[in-house]
Design a protein around this ligand. Structure first.
Ligand code: PEP
Length: 251
Protein backbone atom coordinates (compact mmCIF):
# COMPACT_ATOMS: atom_id res chain seq x y z
CA UNK A 1 0.00 0.00 0.00
CA UNK A 2 1.22 3.49 -0.83
CA UNK A 3 2.63 5.23 2.21
CA UNK A 4 1.92 8.83 3.24
CA UNK A 5 5.08 10.59 4.36
CA UNK A 6 5.79 13.99 5.84
CA UNK A 7 9.54 14.58 5.91
CA UNK A 8 11.25 17.59 7.46
CA UNK A 9 14.44 18.79 5.81
CA UNK A 10 16.14 20.93 8.43
CA UNK A 11 18.88 21.94 5.98
CA UNK A 12 21.77 23.80 7.70
CA UNK A 13 19.66 25.04 10.59
CA UNK A 14 19.69 24.60 14.39
CA UNK A 15 22.55 23.90 16.77
CA UNK A 16 22.77 20.37 18.14
CA UNK A 17 20.90 21.22 21.38
CA UNK A 18 18.22 23.08 19.40
CA UNK A 19 17.87 20.12 17.06
CA UNK A 20 17.49 17.72 19.96
CA UNK A 21 14.72 19.90 21.42
CA UNK A 22 13.00 20.09 18.04
CA UNK A 23 13.16 16.31 17.64
CA UNK A 24 11.70 15.83 21.12
CA UNK A 25 8.82 18.17 20.28
CA UNK A 26 8.16 16.34 16.98
CA UNK A 27 8.04 12.98 18.77
CA UNK A 28 5.72 14.31 21.45
CA UNK A 29 3.33 16.24 19.19
CA UNK A 30 3.30 13.57 16.50
CA UNK A 31 2.61 10.58 18.68
CA UNK A 32 -1.09 10.31 17.84
CA UNK A 33 -0.77 10.45 14.07
CA UNK A 34 -2.50 7.64 12.16
CA UNK A 35 -0.32 4.61 11.45
CA UNK A 36 -0.38 5.16 7.67
CA UNK A 37 1.40 8.52 7.99
CA UNK A 38 5.16 8.31 8.45
CA UNK A 39 7.01 11.24 9.96
CA UNK A 40 10.64 11.69 8.98
CA UNK A 41 13.19 14.22 10.18
CA UNK A 42 16.36 15.02 8.26
CA UNK A 43 18.73 16.99 10.51
CA UNK A 44 22.29 17.96 9.61
CA UNK A 45 24.91 15.16 9.85
CA UNK A 46 26.22 16.53 13.16
CA UNK A 47 22.81 16.04 14.77
CA UNK A 48 22.10 12.50 13.61
CA UNK A 49 23.46 10.59 16.62
CA UNK A 50 21.75 12.64 19.36
CA UNK A 51 18.53 12.92 17.34
CA UNK A 52 18.59 9.14 16.79
CA UNK A 53 18.59 8.76 20.58
CA UNK A 54 15.54 10.99 20.86
CA UNK A 55 13.69 9.06 18.15
CA UNK A 56 14.35 5.64 19.68
CA UNK A 57 11.08 3.88 20.44
CA UNK A 58 9.07 6.51 18.53
CA UNK A 59 7.45 6.24 15.11
CA UNK A 60 9.54 9.10 13.69
CA UNK A 61 12.14 7.96 11.16
CA UNK A 62 15.59 9.47 10.73
CA UNK A 63 16.97 10.69 7.42
CA UNK A 64 20.21 12.23 6.25
CA UNK A 65 20.18 15.11 3.78
CA UNK A 66 22.86 13.63 1.53
CA UNK A 67 25.46 10.86 1.37
CA UNK A 68 28.80 10.25 -0.31
CA UNK A 69 29.10 8.75 -3.79
CA UNK A 70 31.86 6.39 -2.62
CA UNK A 71 31.70 3.57 -0.15
CA UNK A 72 34.67 4.65 2.01
CA UNK A 73 38.20 5.98 1.87
CA UNK A 74 40.07 9.17 1.18
CA UNK A 75 37.12 11.53 0.59
CA UNK A 76 37.68 14.31 3.10
CA UNK A 77 34.52 15.84 4.45
CA UNK A 78 32.19 13.20 3.02
CA UNK A 79 29.81 10.92 4.94
CA UNK A 80 29.38 7.32 3.81
CA UNK A 81 26.14 5.40 3.62
CA UNK A 82 27.19 2.81 6.20
CA UNK A 83 27.97 5.60 8.67
CA UNK A 84 24.37 6.75 8.26
CA UNK A 85 22.83 3.30 8.63
CA UNK A 86 25.02 2.61 11.68
CA UNK A 87 23.33 5.60 13.33
CA UNK A 88 19.86 4.33 12.53
CA UNK A 89 19.06 6.37 9.43
CA UNK A 90 16.23 4.87 7.41
CA UNK A 91 16.43 7.39 4.56
CA UNK A 92 18.66 9.85 2.84
CA UNK A 93 17.43 12.75 0.77
CA UNK A 94 19.27 12.89 -2.57
CA UNK A 95 19.24 15.39 -5.40
CA UNK A 96 17.81 18.32 -3.50
CA UNK A 97 17.83 21.35 -5.79
CA UNK A 98 20.17 23.18 -3.39
CA UNK A 99 22.70 20.40 -3.83
CA UNK A 100 22.19 20.35 -7.58
CA UNK A 101 22.53 24.13 -7.78
CA UNK A 102 25.27 24.92 -5.24
CA UNK A 103 27.31 21.72 -5.11
CA UNK A 104 27.19 20.50 -8.68
CA UNK A 105 25.18 17.37 -7.93
CA UNK A 106 24.60 15.70 -11.28
CA UNK A 107 22.20 12.92 -12.22
CA UNK A 108 25.25 10.67 -12.77
CA UNK A 109 26.39 11.27 -9.19
CA UNK A 110 22.86 10.64 -7.98
CA UNK A 111 22.83 7.26 -9.67
CA UNK A 112 26.00 6.30 -7.77
CA UNK A 113 24.68 7.63 -4.47
CA UNK A 114 21.33 5.89 -4.95
CA UNK A 115 23.09 2.64 -5.86
CA UNK A 116 25.21 2.75 -2.71
CA UNK A 117 22.27 3.72 -0.50
CA UNK A 118 20.04 0.92 -1.75
CA UNK A 119 22.81 -1.67 -1.62
CA UNK A 120 23.34 -0.81 2.04
CA UNK A 121 19.71 -0.77 3.13
CA UNK A 122 19.16 2.99 3.09
CA UNK A 123 15.97 4.21 1.42
CA UNK A 124 16.17 7.26 -0.82
CA UNK A 125 14.03 10.38 -1.06
CA UNK A 126 14.93 11.51 -4.56
CA UNK A 127 14.18 15.15 -5.37
CA UNK A 128 13.25 16.37 -8.83
CA UNK A 129 11.82 19.67 -10.04
CA UNK A 130 12.15 22.51 -12.47
CA UNK A 131 13.41 26.04 -11.85
CA UNK A 132 11.49 29.22 -12.63
CA UNK A 133 13.03 29.71 -16.05
CA UNK A 134 12.17 26.16 -17.05
CA UNK A 135 8.61 26.53 -15.74
CA UNK A 136 8.13 29.80 -17.62
CA UNK A 137 9.43 28.21 -20.80
CA UNK A 138 6.89 25.40 -20.37
CA UNK A 139 9.67 22.83 -19.93
CA UNK A 140 8.65 21.53 -16.50
CA UNK A 141 7.41 18.18 -17.77
CA UNK A 142 10.57 17.61 -19.82
CA UNK A 143 12.87 18.54 -16.94
CA UNK A 144 11.15 16.26 -14.44
CA UNK A 145 10.94 13.44 -16.96
CA UNK A 146 14.66 13.68 -17.69
CA UNK A 147 15.60 13.73 -14.00
CA UNK A 148 13.39 10.70 -13.32
CA UNK A 149 14.70 8.79 -16.33
CA UNK A 150 18.36 9.64 -15.74
CA UNK A 151 18.31 8.38 -12.18
CA UNK A 152 15.37 6.11 -11.48
CA UNK A 153 15.48 4.11 -14.69
CA UNK A 154 18.86 2.66 -13.65
CA UNK A 155 17.13 0.64 -10.94
CA UNK A 156 14.83 -2.34 -10.78
CA UNK A 157 11.17 -2.52 -9.74
CA UNK A 158 12.34 -4.21 -6.54
CA UNK A 159 14.72 -1.31 -5.81
CA UNK A 160 11.96 1.17 -6.62
CA UNK A 161 10.16 -0.02 -3.48
CA UNK A 162 12.91 1.73 -1.50
CA UNK A 163 12.72 5.05 -3.35
CA UNK A 164 10.38 7.93 -2.57
CA UNK A 165 10.11 10.80 -5.06
CA UNK A 166 9.86 14.41 -3.95
CA UNK A 167 8.64 16.84 -6.59
CA UNK A 168 9.99 20.24 -5.60
CA UNK A 169 9.53 23.09 -8.05
CA UNK A 170 12.62 25.18 -7.33
CA UNK A 171 10.65 28.43 -7.69
CA UNK A 172 8.49 27.37 -4.74
CA UNK A 173 11.28 26.44 -2.33
CA UNK A 174 11.66 28.91 0.52
CA UNK A 175 9.96 31.61 -1.53
CA UNK A 176 6.51 31.48 0.04
CA UNK A 177 5.17 30.73 -3.47
CA UNK A 178 3.45 27.36 -3.44
CA UNK A 179 2.47 25.46 -6.54
CA UNK A 180 -1.31 25.29 -6.62
CA UNK A 181 -2.74 21.89 -5.84
CA UNK A 182 -3.69 21.56 -9.52
CA UNK A 183 -0.17 22.49 -10.72
CA UNK A 184 1.40 20.00 -8.30
CA UNK A 185 -1.06 17.21 -9.09
CA UNK A 186 -0.47 17.64 -12.83
CA UNK A 187 3.25 16.96 -12.38
CA UNK A 188 2.78 14.23 -9.78
CA UNK A 189 0.41 12.36 -12.11
CA UNK A 190 2.90 12.82 -14.94
CA UNK A 191 5.77 11.48 -12.81
CA UNK A 192 3.67 8.46 -11.85
CA UNK A 193 2.84 7.86 -15.53
CA UNK A 194 6.54 8.11 -16.42
CA UNK A 195 7.37 5.56 -13.71
CA UNK A 196 4.53 3.29 -14.88
CA UNK A 197 5.89 3.27 -18.44
CA UNK A 198 9.14 1.78 -17.18
CA UNK A 199 8.15 -0.29 -14.15
CA UNK A 200 4.46 -1.08 -14.78
CA UNK A 201 1.28 0.46 -13.40
CA UNK A 202 1.21 -1.65 -10.27
CA UNK A 203 4.73 -0.65 -9.20
CA UNK A 204 4.02 3.01 -10.00
CA UNK A 205 0.88 2.95 -7.85
CA UNK A 206 3.00 1.98 -4.85
CA UNK A 207 5.51 4.82 -5.13
CA UNK A 208 5.06 7.69 -2.68
CA UNK A 209 5.43 11.05 -4.43
CA UNK A 210 5.86 13.98 -2.04
CA UNK A 211 5.36 17.66 -2.80
CA UNK A 212 7.91 20.20 -1.57
CA UNK A 213 7.91 23.97 -1.84
CA UNK A 214 6.55 26.35 0.82
CA UNK A 215 4.19 23.70 2.15
CA UNK A 216 2.62 24.79 5.43
CA UNK A 217 -0.37 23.92 7.63
CA UNK A 218 -2.59 26.37 5.71
CA UNK A 219 -2.04 24.79 2.27
CA UNK A 220 -1.21 21.16 3.08
CA UNK A 221 -4.81 19.93 3.19
CA UNK A 222 -5.56 21.08 -0.33
CA UNK A 223 -2.31 19.62 -1.69
CA UNK A 224 -2.64 16.28 0.11
CA UNK A 225 -6.23 15.88 -1.10
CA UNK A 226 -4.89 15.30 -4.62
CA UNK A 227 -4.74 11.66 -5.58
CA UNK A 228 -1.07 11.58 -6.60
CA UNK A 229 0.29 13.70 -3.74
CA UNK A 230 1.33 11.39 -0.95
CA UNK A 231 2.79 13.84 1.52
CA UNK A 232 5.40 16.54 1.69
CA UNK A 233 9.07 17.33 1.92
CA UNK A 234 9.04 20.30 4.22
CA UNK A 235 11.78 22.89 4.65
CA UNK A 236 11.04 26.07 6.63
CA UNK A 237 7.90 24.77 8.32
CA UNK A 238 9.79 21.70 9.60
CA UNK A 239 11.75 23.92 11.97
CA UNK A 240 8.69 24.49 14.16
CA UNK A 241 7.19 21.31 15.60
CA UNK A 242 3.68 22.78 15.65
CA UNK A 243 3.81 23.69 11.96
CA UNK A 244 5.40 20.39 10.99
CA UNK A 245 2.78 18.37 12.81
CA UNK A 246 0.11 20.79 11.59
CA UNK A 247 1.07 19.67 8.08
CA UNK A 248 1.16 15.98 9.01
CA UNK A 249 -2.41 16.07 10.34
CA UNK A 250 -3.65 17.41 6.99
CA UNK A 251 -4.33 14.01 5.36
C1 PEP B 1 12.81 22.09 0.62
O1 PEP B 1 13.82 22.76 0.48
O2 PEP B 1 12.87 20.85 0.53
C2 PEP B 1 11.58 22.80 0.88
C3 PEP B 1 10.47 22.25 0.51
O3 PEP B 1 11.69 24.04 1.48
P1 PEP B 1 10.49 25.01 1.90
O4 PEP B 1 9.40 24.16 2.52
O5 PEP B 1 11.08 25.96 2.89
O6 PEP B 1 10.02 25.68 0.66
Amino acid sequence: MRKYIVAGNWKMNTTVPEGVELAKAVVEKGKDLPANVELVVAPPFTHLAPVADVLKGSKVALSAQNCADHEKGAYTGEVAVNMLTSLGCKYTILGHSERRQYYGETDEKLVEKTRLALANGLDVILCVGENLEEREAGRHFDVCEAQIKNVLFNFSAEELKHIVIAYEPVWAIGTGKTATAAQAEEIHAFIRKTIAAQFGAEAAEEVSILYGGSCKPSNAKELFAEKDIDGGLIGGAALKADDFIGIAVSF
